[in-house]
Write a protein that binds this ligand. Structure first.
Ligand code: JHZ
Length: 392
C-alpha cells in the first residue's frame, strides 16, 4: 500500500460531542490514504475498530433526505419488477429506507447499529442487529437462500472484505444476484472530493479494484449504473460466474475504459490528486479569510461525516462557521467532532440572519437549493469546495 494523501489527525466523523463533554480531550486518529497497485484498491491506512464506529449511538439516518428516500423507493420498485426476488437480504439496512419498500415476509435487514435496527424492528420488519459475517449469513439462509442481496454504502465500511464476500457467495441462490452501491472513486477524484475519506470509509471503490477482488470469489460484475447519490456513486450488479442467466452488459467494459483512461490503475494519478487536495485546502482557507475580513455571517448546512474531514483537515472552527444546521434529531445541540462547531435544529435560511452558508452536504445541493429559494433570491450565497472552492 503506497500512501498518497495525508489528512492529518481526525476524530471519528460521527462522534458528535455533547455539551457536557465539550472540554474533554477527543480521541484522534491518523487519517491517510493509500493505493494498492496489485488490486488497484484505494483505502485509508489506519483503520478504527468497527465497534467504535458502528454501535447503538450511530447518528446517520438514510431517511433524513428526500432525495435518498425517493432513490431507494425507485430502486426497490425497479428491482422487484426486473428480478422478482422472493427473498432479499439488505446488508446495512440503516433505518429501513430501502427495505420498507418490500413486503415484510420477503426481506430481512442486517444492521449492527442497534438504535437504527430498532427503528425498523418497531415496524415489524425482521432485522438482525449484528455485523454481517459467515456465521450470521448461515443463520439467515439456513432454510432459504437469497435471490437478491443489496448493500448500499456499507461494504466500503467493512475492513475484512474476504469474509464479507465469502458470506455473500454462500448466501446467494443459484440465480441470485448481489447489488452493491458505493461512492465512485472516479467521481471522487474528478470532484476533488477528498472528504469521501473519513474513518468509516475504509475503501472508496473503483470498478477495476472491485473486479479484482470479486474475481477471487468467482463473482463478476454484469452491469453498472452511474448514479448521482452521495456525490456520484456506482451501482454494481454482480453474479456468480457460474450463473448464466445474466449476460455481461457493455456498460461494464465502458466503465472500466473510463477508469483506465483517467488513470485509476496508476499511482501517479493519486499523487496528482494529493496535490489537488492540498491546493483545495489553501483556496478554501483563502475564501474564509476574505469573507471574515468583511464580517459576513457564515453558517454550515448539513453536519455530514464528510464535513468532519474538511473542517479538521483545513483547521476550520467556530470562529469561521458560527453553527451548522442539520435535520437529524440526534445531532441537534451537539458539536461537530474536532472543530467543535454547534449544530442547531434546522430552520429555513433567513437572509436577515445569515449571509453565506458552507455546504457540508454538497451532495444534496439540488435538494437544498430548491428548499432555500427565498434565501437565494435575497442574495444569500453558498460556499462549496466541490469540485474546487468557490462561492455560488
Ligand atoms: P450525508 C454518512 O455520511 C455516513 P455523511 C456513512 N458513513 C456513509 O457512508 C454515508 O452517509 C452514506 C443533513 N441534511 O448523507 C442530514 C440536512 O440537514 O451527506 C445529514 O446529517 N438538510 C454512513 O454524513 C446530512 O445533512 C437537508 O436538506 O457525509 C447529510 O449527510 C439534507 C438533504 C440533509 O452523509
Amino acid at each position: 500500500m503506497k500512501k498518497f494523501l495525508d489528512l492529518g489527525l481526525q476524530p471519528l466523523a460521527n462522534s458528535f460531542i455533547k455539551k457536557k463533554n465539550i472540554s474533554l480531550k477527543e480521541k484522534k486518529f491518523k487519517l491517510s490514504v493509500g493505493f494498492n497497485k496489485k488490486n488497484y484498491l484505494v483505502s485509508i491506512i489506519n483503520t478504527v475498530s468497527k465497534e467504535k464506529m458502528f454501535n447503538k449511538d450511530y447518528p446517520y439516518k438514510s431517511s433524513e433526505s428526500k432525495t435518498m428516500k425517493k432513490s431507494f423507493k425507485l430502486l426497490a420498485n425497479k428491482i422487484k419488477k426486473k428480478f422478482k426476488p422472493s427473498f432479499t437480504i439488505e446488508i446495512g439496512s440503516n433505518d429501513g429506507a430501502f427495505i420498507k419498500n418490500f413486503k415484510k415476509k420477503d426481506v430481512v435487514g442486517v444492521e449492527p447499529c442497534k438504535n437504527l435496527a430498532q427503528l425498523t424492528k418497531r415496524e415489524k420488519y425482521k432485522i438482525y442487529a449484528e455485523y454481517w459475517n459467515i456465521r450470521l449469513a448461515k443463520k439467515i439462509t439456513k432454510y432459504r437462500k437469497a435471490d437478491l442481496i443489496y448493500s448500499a454504502n456499507t461494504l466500503s465500511h467493512i475492513k475484512n472484505y474476504n469474509e464479507i464476500f465469502k458470506a455473500i457467495k454462500n448466501s446467494l441462490s443459484d440465480d441470485g444476484i448481489l447489488i452493491l452501491e458505493d461512492p465512485s472513486l472516479l467521481e471522487c477524484l474528478k470532484n476533488v472530493a477528498y472528504d469521501q475519506f473519513y474513518c468509516e470509509h475504509i475503501y472508496v471503490f473503483s470498478t477495476i479494484a472491485l473486479k479484482a477482488i470479486l474475481n477471487n470469489f468467482d463473482l463478476e460484475i454484469f452491469n453498472i449504473e452511474n448514479t448521482k447519490t452521495h456525490g456520484g456513486s456506482n451501482r454494481y450488479y454482480i453474479k456468480d460466474k457460474s450463473n448464466i442467466k445474466f449476460k455481461i452488459h457493455k456498460n461494464v467494459k465502458k466503465e472500466i475504459n473510463k477508469e483506465i483512461k483517467f488513470g485509476l490503475h496508476k499511482f501517479s494519478t493519486y499523487k496528482n490528486f494529493g496535490s489537488k487536495v492540498r491546493k483545495s485546502k489553501k483556496n478554501l482557507l483563502n475564501i474564509f479569510k476574505k469573507l471574515k475580513k468583511n464580517n459576513f455571517k457564515i453558517i454550515g448546512y448539513g453536519a455530514t461525516a464528510k464535513s468532519c474531514t474538511v473542517l479538521n483537515y483545513c483547521g476550520l472552527g467556530n470562529t469561521d462557521i458560527k453553527y451548522f444546521y442539520d435535520t437529524t434529531t440526534y445531532k441537534i445541540n451537539k458539536y461537530l467532532p474536532g472543530s467543535k462547531i454547534l449544530i442547531k435544529e434546522y430552520k429555513k435560511l433567513d437572509r436577515r440572519e445569515v449571509d453565506i452558508v458552507y455546504l457540508g452536504a454538497w451532495n444534496f445541493k439540488d435538494e437544498i437549493f430548491k428548499k432555500e429559494q427565498s434565501f437565494i433570491k435575497k442574495g444569500g450565497k453558498f460556499i462549496t469546495h466541490i469540485p474546487y472552492p468557490k462561492i455560488i
